[in-house]
Design a binder for this molecule. Structure first.
Ligand code: ZN
Length: 503
């Protein structure tokens, strides 16, 4: 007869398969499904979600967990049991009526938010937002927290993250980043990005995107690249079947190119998870912050580096033809690295992006603690944008209504984006250190050794460590803003003709 752990593992694998099924339904909905399928698809998705919730919270699960040892010397068993306990506790603590009310309110709120954004009318969204915030506070109370209710909400995306710790990190980041952004913005030399707006046929972009995905190491035998309105990466088969998407703009090819490099980074992580632990926590990603570190690393630290294009620019010129003819490597390199304060987060460059996230993090933290009232959000948003990014939204559509997250009830998600940038820089610095001096041109074999480093230090550990433990194990130090600040200072000051930094 199988022991408690073996039975638990079988249950976890079933939950993992339900996750894969859910991902496949979502991928299909965003890439293939005909419009009339939306009603029945919602039913199917809800059915899968209910099955998953039932398995996570079942009495059998509780009994199995109580029979598994509290501490286990074997790291695989310890990881799987710890994570099963965490998700069971979380799910079991939230009353079923609250789960349902949150789901119903959020699905309703998405439509109302979209309408309010279109009409640029925060007041139309405010009552719904107030309701969602109240439900999220109840959810935080139900889950429980030691210090701040926001901790309980972040735990869904970044297990183990604490509001106090992230506040400290982000305070250090803003203190060093704001002066750099001001200096770049005021520099006399400003890069010219107009060459990126040349017409570029979709077919040529598709060829370039596929080629760059292969160069970075994406395995097309274990993945696909398709088109969707909002680009994403989704694992539908535990790393053996990873779907990424992009969208093409014939008058701005970098959107697809860097979008694909970003999603390839996510996909490389999924493809690098240990197949021996398929469908279990040990074979799953660590946290959203760590996931984002992988996408940012390949998109920015590699994909926007001069060393990468020193070898790949001739390939891009050949594949894009007229769109890049007569363009020099240096002109291309500075065009893809424009830093400019802007209003919309998803269009922000890698330097100012973090300031957009700090604005959202500080607002969310105060919204959830009750310190910031819903009606005061637009003014608070605009004041923080002015203070940090140095630019003031003219209306709520380009201010506090721009992101979908709050309408989905996804409070606590935003910080993971900036954590991803910080982790990416620290991992990249450690990998470069381990491989000797940094190079002026990255060959495909250099890219393979970088990927091997990520596979060994990050990917194959699955959920064995919490994000900050993983960072310490991989780089020898806990997360700090130093590597990121070193990276942006070293890269951007010369591009803008500024003196080297005192960082
Ligand atoms: Zn991402």
């Amino acid at each position: 007869m199988p022991g408690a752990y073996e039975t638990l593992l079988a249950q976890l694998r079933d939950i993992g398969k339900l996750n894969a099924l859910d991902a496949l339904l979502e991928w299909d909905q965003d890439t293939q499904m005909p419009p009339k399928g939306v009603g029945t698809r919602a039913e199917t998705v809800a059915f899968v979600a209910a099955q998953r919730h039932q398995r996570r919270t079942s009495r059998e699960m509780r009994e199995l967990l109580s029979q598994c040892a509290e501490h286990d010397a074997d790291p695989v068993r310890a990881t799987n049991v710890r994570e099963a306990r965490r998700t069971h506790q979380r799910a079991a603590n939230i009353p079923a009526e609250l789960v349902e009310e949150l789901a119903r309110t959020a699905s309703h709120a998405r439509t109302i938010w979209a309408e309010a954004r279109r009409k640029n009318a925060f007041a139309a969204f405010a009552p719904m937002l107030a309701k969602l915030i109240e439900l999220k506070r109840r959810q935080a109370d139900a889950i429980g927290y030691a210090d701040h209710p926001y901790d309980a909400l972040m735990d869904e995306y970044e297990p183990g993250a604490s509001t106090a710790e992230i506040s400290r990190t982000f305070d250090q980041l803003r203190a060093r980043l704001v002066p750099l952004v001001r200096a770049l913005d005021g520099a006399r030399r400003q890069p010219d990005a107009s060459l990126l707006k040349r017409h570029c046929p979709r077919s040529a972009q598709e060829r370039l995107c596929r080629r760059m995905a292969e160069v970075l190491g994406f395995d097309f035998e274990a993945g696909r690249l398709d088109v969707s309105v909002h680009p994403f990466c989704m694992s539908v088969g535990s790393g053996q079947d990873v779907r990424i998407t992009t969208r093409y703009d014939e008058h701005y090819f970098p959107a697809a190119l860097f979008g694909v490099m970003h999603e390839v980074g996510h996909a490389l992580y999924e493809q690098g998870l240990d197949p021996a632990h398929m469908f279990t926590p040990m074979g799953s990603y660590c946290s959203l912050g760590i996931h984002e570190s992988q996408s940012r690393l390949w998109e920015n630290l590699v994909g926007r580096s001069r060393a990468f294009w020193a070898t790949q620019f001739p390939v891009a010129q050949e594949l894009l033809g007229d769109s890049l003819s007569g363009v020099s490597l240096d002109a291309f390199y500075s065009a893809i690295n424009v830093v400019r304060p802007s209003l919309i987060r998803v269009e922000a460059d890698e330097v100012t992006y973090n300031l957009h996230i700090i604005v959202r993090f500080e607002l969310e933290r105060d919204i959830i603690s009750g310190g910031l009232k819903v009606d005061d959000i637009p003014d608070a948003w605009n004041a923080k944008m002015t203070e940090l990014v140095g630019i003031t939204p003219a209306n709520d559509a380009e201010g506090c209504l721009q992101d979908i997250h709050w309408s989905m009830g996804a409070f606590g998600y935003f910080p993971t984006y900036a954590l991803g940038n910080l982790y990416a820089a620290q991992f990249h610095a450690a990998a470069t250190r381990d491989h000797g001096k940094s190079r002026h041109s990255l060959t495909e074999s250099d890219l393979r050794s970088l990927l091997t480093w990520m596979r060994e230090k990050i990917h194959r550990h699955g959920m064995r460590y919490l994000a900050d433990e993983l960072c310490e194990a991989a780089t020898g130090a806990r997360l700090s803003v130093d590597a990121f600040m070193e990276y942006v200072n070293t890269k951007y000051r010369p591009l803008y003709g500024l003196e080297a930094a005192q960082a």
